[in-house]
Design a protein around this ligand. Structure first.
Ligand code: MN
Ligand code: MN
Length: 298
């Protein structure tokens, strides 16, 4: 038997990136006035599974002034209107993650706003190389968006990715400030400029649909114990949707269990984030190479 050649980390990230990209395109094509958000979500989830991947986080569909962290609740009947829609999709294989997003302008009236986040991403990617500081990238993003007449969202960031970890704690800001570090060869980075007509600052909504395991520890409530066991088994530390737990616990009991787990610090919660006016987003994942970078989500 010939030795089966092990795939390198880089190849695995590329593979996950390809799946994420393909699923993103599948979803984007289905975003139209009158289409159900949940149908788009399920089509994306199915595509990821069909291609041999797993969800790295719940499909985010954020309309208009919402910027991030909305995913459909179970049974959601909401349909698209003439919305500005951010679709953010992540897939992984063995914890190797691809994270990407685009904006669909259903009304066709926000071309410039969409282009601002796209151009910011392109300019950022063109500047990435070993030795470049994350703040320099943030500055490029900010300048591109401001030149187009919009504001970057200051409290949403790109992020360095590692196996099984979507956010390592190293951020690529969308502004010229933040905690500084130098970009290194081999880093996996999600770059995600957000451009807005609003304040350029998102706040937390009351609605929460996405959670992740933060600190596993014993819980007494039987329902909470069931939920925790299921999450540890299926998602580890990656974000998950309340909707994915609909067969583990039902309705009210699930809400109570989640509340207890969040209150005790076992789970982190991700409230829906919104500005006060339209927001666009574009995101790719890239690998830093010797003299630049290569996009994995393509
Ligand atoms: Mn994303
Ligand atoms: Mn991201």
């Amino acid at each position: 038997m010939p030795d089966k050649k092990e795939k390198t980390e880089e190849e695995q990230f590329h593979e996950a990136g390809k799946i994420s990209y393909s699923a993103l395109q599948t979803g984007a094509k289905k975003i139209k006035k009158g289409a159900r958000l949940l149908d788009v979500t399920k089509a994306v989830e199915k595509k990821i599974k069909d291609l041999g991947g797993e969800m790295a986080f719940p499909v985010n569909i954020s309309q208009n002034e919402r910027a991030a962290h909305y995913t459909c609740p179970a049974g959601d009947e909401t349909v698209f209107g003439l919305d500005l829609v951010k679709l953010d999709v992540g897939a992984h294989i063995d914890g190797y993650i691809g994270d990407n997003a685009l904006t669909v302008d259903i009304s066709g009236k926000n071309t410039k706003l969409v282009k601002a986040s796209e151009d910011a991403l392109k300019n950022a990617v063109n500047a990435i190389a070993p030795g470049v500081k994350n703040i320099e990238i943030g500055t490029i993003i900010q300048e591109t968006i401001e030149k187009a007449g919009f504001k970057p969202v200051e409290n949403l960031c790109g992020h360095v990715i590692q196996q099984n970890l979507l956010h390592t704690g190293l951020s690529i800001p969308n502004m010229s400030f933040g905690s500084e570090f130098e970009i290194e060869e081999g880093m996996i980075i999600a770059i995600e400029p957000f451009a807005t007509l609003g304040r350029g600052h998102v706040t937390e909504d009351r609605q929460v649909e996405i959670f992740s395991l933060e600190k596993p520890m014993p819980v007494r409530n039987a329902e909470a114990r069931k939920v925790l066991a299921f999450v540890m088994e299926n998602y580890q530390f990656l974000p998950f949707a309340e909707r994915w737990l609909e067969n583990v616990a039902s309705g009210f009991k699930l809400k109570v269990a989640l509340k207890e787990l969040v209150t005790r610090g076992v789970f982190a919660s991700y409230p829906v984030l919104k500005d006060i006016d339209l927001v666009s987003q574009t995101e790719w994942t890239i690998i830093v190479t010797k003299d630049g970078c290569e996009r994995t989500t393509k």
